[in-house]
Design a protein around this ligand. Structure first.
Ligand code: NDP
Length: 254
């Protein structure tokens, strides 16, 4: 994949933290990894802070996805560190899931999940878009992909309407499903809008993974999922614009 500069949201635990960890181990690691989290100084952030202390390429940035001021502050901070360079890859990874079923769902939960999983990625992408455009301009001869400029929205199989009959009764999580279906639509629209700027936009399903969100019974370890994700990211091309792919590179129908 070899993106020079990458920003990932939700890096204090789970898939985000492991992405930072494994990107650092690549033969050709990124020059800069902007790893965002909500509370850089909290004990929950200890593992990320340790990675940053050992690797000067990791820059920890405070970002609360539901707060536009926080997103703007994060943008300013990243801009300082970029020193005029572009950002090759933005991974909207931060997300939440809650218990929500058709007979008990409530508006507060629905709005909260939508705000985090859809409005957050929308506003974060808007904020960092100038840097993604810049990276595309810096690499005019490179093909569409993560080596040039890419937006990756971390979605889920559970957001696929076509696959819902296969998954609904095991994972009802209504507010989460609806939010990720909306994120899929957002990705398709962003892809159509930003392809002219040389930015690849793809939705990514990381598999069912053993994290706080995925729970202990998930079949995949974070290590396995992230190994797959990094391989997939490296192989993304114009064929993946505006679609949902999984951690093994399989295309998931909307
Ligand atoms: P975790 O629950 O382990 O981590 C979620 C991350 O998102 C944390 O860093 C959390 O930060 C952050 N986050 C949540 N809300 C916000 C917010 N408002 N602002 C900023 N950061 C926030 O989840 P995973 O690592 O498993 O999930 C990562 C992504 O993968 C999610 O988008 C999820 O939907 C997706 N996914 C996961 C699957 C799985 O099986 N695990 C399956 C399919 C998709 P904090 O610690 O501060 O809460």
């Amino acid at each position: 994949m070899a993106p020079q500069r990458i920003l990932i949201t939700g890096c204090n635990r789970g898939i985000g933290l492991e992405l930072v960890h494994q990107l650092l181990q690549q033969p050709n690691p990124p020059k800069q990894i902007f790893a965002t989290c909500r509370n850089p100084n909290s004990p929950q952030n200890q593992k990320l802070n340790e990675l940053a202390a050992q690797n000067p390429s990791v820059v920890v940035i405070k970002l609360e996805a539901t707060n536009s001021n926080s997103i703007q502050e994060a943008k300013k901070e990243v801009e300082k560190h970029l020193h005029g360079a572009g950002l090759n890859v933005l991974i909207n990874n931060a997300g939440i899931m809650s218990d929500s079923r058709p007979e008990s769902a409530d508006s507060e939960d629905f709005l909260n999940v939508y705000n985090t999983n859809v409005v957050g990625p929308l506003l974060i992408t808007k904020a960092f878009l100038p840097f993604l455009k810049k990276a595309a301009k810096e690499n005019p001869d490179k093909p569409l992909g993560c080596g040039k400029s890419a937006l990756i929205n971390v979605s889920t199989l559970l957001g696929s309407i076509e696959k819902t009959p296969e998954t609904f009764f095991s994972f009802p999580v209504l507010s989460y499903r609806c939010s990720k279906a909306a994120l899929n639509m957002l990705t398709r629209c962003q892809s159509l809008e930003f392809q002219k700027d040389g930015i690849l936009c793809t939705a990514l399903h990381p598999g069912w993974v053993q994290t706080d969100l995925g729970g202990p019974h998930a079949p995949l370890t974070v290590d396995q999922s992230v190994k797959g994700i990094i391989k997939v990211l490296g192989n993304l091309s114009e064929n993946h614009a505006g679609i949902l792919v999984d951690w093994e590179g399989n295309i998931i129908p909307w």
